[in-house]
Ligand binder design. Structure first.
Ligand code: ATP
Ligand code: MG
Length: 432
């Protein structure tokens, strides 16, 4: 089941909005409609957000992001289309039920978060529960727990004006977390923060998300932030969603020039991960194998180094063809044990390329991707890293670019935005 579903959503401000929607549906451009005195802010938006997913909506100022977000929790009534939270249709609910939905199911975090100046940090964090009529003890306990999650446990009894801007923003996040709403709507929640604190907040959000698994719709006009946080990213332009996909999908295939121009500024080393550029390790051997057997295996696979694993399959190191040959008696007896060296680095599949650049650039030995149990799942070649950074992910053996899911839609198969609801990637779940 989807956590949040939006179908054919429109918001038109100004004169005769319904008429404007009819014109847009009949093929009128936004400019033509604007000439009649109406302002189309959101045009035919459709998408589905899976439980536990961070869905980022990104676009320039005025592209309709806030308008879209405010329709999700009923703060704004759509001109046409519908919104579902789980099974419940949000559009058309009466005010009382809408308030309940906002208090219990969907919590919103704004850019300039208004804290109540005369209440303590803990009371502010528990405010959503207070509005809901939860008793003081319960809500302060929940507030303290949420403050601990955002690293503010020591500040519970202070006043908001004693906190820095970044800390105040974290109180806002704590308030949303304490509300226990399963859906968090975050509108430019980090945009007012300076870059270092902003990055810290992004890390914290990713960390919280891994632990709590809330569903998050996150709005930003910063593409690097979008790429960093989003399981999937929807790009808005002049009211329309023009591209939806995982960050890797979008980087590999922007879909149109507008999106491609955005991507020029993206720090690819933080979007692509080791998993996107790794290739299978073909030659995997044991320390008690003989040099001749290992050299033969390297020859078969055309590799210059082999991964050495123990009996449980855990990585113990690497051996290179050069070391084995230099040792002389390449055809001789004995084992390779004396030639096993540590790899250039052990990395996790989720590590960003930025963390791989050092070892890849300074060592001739392989960088090995290992899983939680220490089993090798692949190796990273410098060429694949450079290709990904250059915007042309290396072709893998099966002919698809690294980092693009097998089911990714080729560019010429992407339908016009009007039919965005039929695009299969919209129904996709969060990444691994
Ligand atoms: N209440 C309103 N009345 C009339 N027009 C509005 C209203 N709210 C928004 N708009 C218009 O709708 C369009 C989209 O605005 P919106 O605030 O959703 O953009 P945004 O993407 O959130 O921009 P920003 O990044 O600057 O916050 C803009 O043209 C804006 O002027
Ligand atoms: Mg906005």
């Amino acid at each position: 089941m989807t956590a949040l579903r939006v179908e054919g959503l429109y918001k038109v401000f100004g004169r005769r909005p319904e008429e404007a929607v009819a014109r847009l549906r009949a093929g009128a451009t936004a400019d033509e409609v604007r000439a009649t005195g109406a302002t189309p802010a959101v045009i035919d938006a459709s998408f589905a957000v899976q439980p536990g997913e961070i869905f980022v909506v990104m676009g320039l100022s005025g592209s309709g992001k806030s308008t879209l977000l405010r329709m999700l929790n009923g703060l704004l009534e759509p001109t046409a289309g519908s919104v579902f939270a789980g099974e419940e249709q949000i559009t058309g609910l009466d005010d009382k039920r809408l308030r309940e939905v906002r208090q219990r199911r969907m919590s919103m975090v704004f850019q300039h978060f208004a804290l109540l100046p005369h209440r303590s940090v803990a009371e502010n964090a528990g405010y959503a529960l207070e509005v809901r009529g939860v008793d003081r003890r319960t809500r302060l306990a929940a507030a303290r727990e949420a403050l601990a999650m955002v690293g503010l446990e020591g500040e519970a009894d202070r006043r908001p004006d004693e906190l820095s801007g970044g800390m105040q923003q974290r109180v806002g996040l704590a308030r949303a977390l304490a509300s226990e709403a399963e859906i968090l709507l975050m509108d430019e929640a980090f945009s007012a923060l300076d870059p270092l604190i902003r990055r810290e907040m992004q890390d914290q959000l990713l960390d919280l998300q891994r632990r709590l698994g809330r569903t998050i719709v996150f709005i930003t006009h910063d593409l690097n932030e979008a790429m960093r946080l989003g399981d999937r990213v929807a790009i808005m332009r002049s009211g329309r969603i023009v591209r939806t996909g995982t960050p890797e999908d979008i980087l590999a295939d922007p879909g149109d020039d507008y999106v491609a121009r955005f991507l020029a500024d993206v720090d690819r080393s933080r979007v692509y991960t080791a998993a996107d550029v790794m290739t299978d390790a073909d030659t995997v051997v044991h320390a008690d194998d003989s040099p001749s057997a290992v050299l033969a295996a390297l020859g078969v696979h055309g590799d210059t180094s082999a991964l050495v694993v123990d009996d449980r399959g855990g990585l113990t190191g690497v051996v290179t063809e050069g070391d084995l040959r230099d040792a002389g008696r390449p055809g001789g007896a004995g084992t390779i044990a004396a030639h096993v060296r540590p790899p250039a680095a052990r990395v996790a599949a989720t590590d960003p390329l930025a963390d791989l650049l050092g070892p890849v650039g300074t060592s001739d030995l392989p960088v090995v991707v290992v899983d939680d149990e220490g089993h090798p799942s692949g190796v990273v070649h410098p060429g694949a890293v450079l290709a990904a950074l250059a915007g042309a992910p290396a072709e893998e053996a099966d002919g698809r670019p690294a980092g693009v899911p097998v089911d990714a839609v080729p560019v010429d198969a992407v339908p016009a935005p009007e039919r965005i609801d039929e695009r299969p990637e919209l129904a996709g779940g969060p990444r691994g």
